[in-house]
Design a protein around this ligand. Structure first.
Ligand code: SAH
Length: 362
């Protein structure tokens, strides 16, 4: 049993199943998440017998680092392996007032969004809850966590590989560990789940956890969104927005962030901005414009920066809140596909060449 996969209630059940008292779960969690100690033998306030029991049945295991990349601007990227045939990516983006960790929820993806390189690799498998939590644990370790300075990672975003709501079963317990006072203790506004729009799961999520929601909109009408985000054929925009407003109501949330990738000649005209404004005006919405990251084999191109600025300004004129996502870690972002190639050559591991995360809100 990998302890990192268990939120507090499940950990308490597990502890009881080993013959100990439920409150030991909190003690265990404070070793794991407050002190970043994974060695069960070192958890000295737990009874020796219990430690022996735990050590016999449980472990703390994090994904293995295949490759690290450091950008000149401080952004760091890790290529991680889940088992012998899988790999996925994680990115840390430091800023003056926060540190954002961008994590993956799946290896590959089934959703087939036309502008996303993860889609090209198809779907390998869901990450387990322990592998999702393990990314944050590992990042803390890599970034020099110490109990005196535990706040290196202040924000977590599910904007790496995969569709988190398609891995609901494992993502929800991981979020619980992120939010728990005895876990990473991150505020609910600083854990963001980004989804392409799995409507029934948005309703389910509203009942299960309390975290920020980002939605990959990318188009303001169904005709175009059907093409860019095919799940839209099943759950069209009107239905998706209903789910978003329901989510906010249930959670007392302030706003939903709508991601909008800027694709030259596809969705970046002022008429598109007007249509988007009509859709989201007077709604609790923030729009985050993402300059497209090209990847080998794609026909899409990134909109020119002046076009992106005009688009943003038009939204602002129409009274919307809109920001442009700042591109970070360009130098290692550019190396993303190459890195995958090199590792592939060496170890024949099948990798995603997705250039997802080296960007932050401007
Ligand atoms: N499956 C989730 C998480 C995806 S990654 C979702 O769809 O939201 C986070 C964001 O990166 C999404 O908004 C996604 O649409 C966007 N994205 C994917 N490929 C991209 C690319 N090549 N350039 C810029 N953004 C991209």
């Amino acid at each position: 049993m990998n302890l990192l996969g268990l939120p507090q209630t499940e950990l308490a059940d597990y502890v009881v199943s080993l013959g100990s008292k439920p409150f030991r779960a909190r003690q265990l969690m404070s070793w794991l998440y407050k002190r970043q100690v994974g060695d069960i033998a070192a958890m000295t306030d737990l009874a020796k017998d219990f430690r022996a029991q735990l050590a016999a049945h449980a472990e703390v295991r994090v994904p293995e680092v295949i490759k690290r990349l450091d950008s000149a601007d401080g952004t760091r990227k890790w290529l991680l392996s889940a088992d012998s045939s899988q790999a996925f990516e994680m990115v840390f983006i430091p800023e003056v007032d926060r540190g954002t960790l961008c994590i993956s929820s799946q290896v590959g993806c089934v959703l087939d969004c036309s502008f996303c390189s993860t889609a090209q690799q198809g779907f390998n498998r869901n990450l387990t809850a322990a592998e999702i939590v393990g990314q944050v644990w590992l990042a803390n370790q890599e970034l020099g966590f110490s109990p005196d300075d535990p706040r290196i990672i202040t924000n977590i975003v599910f904007m790496g590989m995969g569709e988190p709501l398609a891995n609901f079963r494992n993502v929800v317990p991981a979020i619980r560990v992120f939010l728990d006072d005895f876990g990473f203790d991150i505020s609910r506004r600083r854990v963001t789940l980004s989804t392409s729009g799995l409507v029934p799961q948005i309703y389910k999520l509203a009942e299960e956890v309390n975290c920020a929601l980002a939605v990959s909109l990318h188009a303001a009408n169904d005709r175009l969104r059907n093409e860019l985000v095919p799940i839209n054929r099943k759950h069209p925009i009107a239905e998706l927005l209903e789910a978003c407003w329901h989510y906010l109501d249930e959670q007392n949330g302030r706003s939903v962030t709508f991601e909008y990738v800027m694709l030259e000649g596809v969705n970046d005209s002022l008429a598109d901005a007007d249509e988007l404004a009509r859709l989201l005006q007077h709604r609790p919405a923030k729009i985050n414009l993402i300059p497209f990251n090209p990847f080998p084999g794609t026909d899409y191109r990134r909109s020119a920066m002046p076009v992106i600025h005009q688009f943003r300004d038009r939204l602002l004129q129409r009274g919307l809140i809109a920001t442009i996502r700042k591109t970070r870690g360009d130098d290692i972002d550019a190396a993303c596909g190459q890195l995958a190639g090199r590792v592939q050559d060496r170890t024949t591991i099948r990798l995603g060449a997705k250039s997802f995360g080296l960007q932050v809100h401007a």
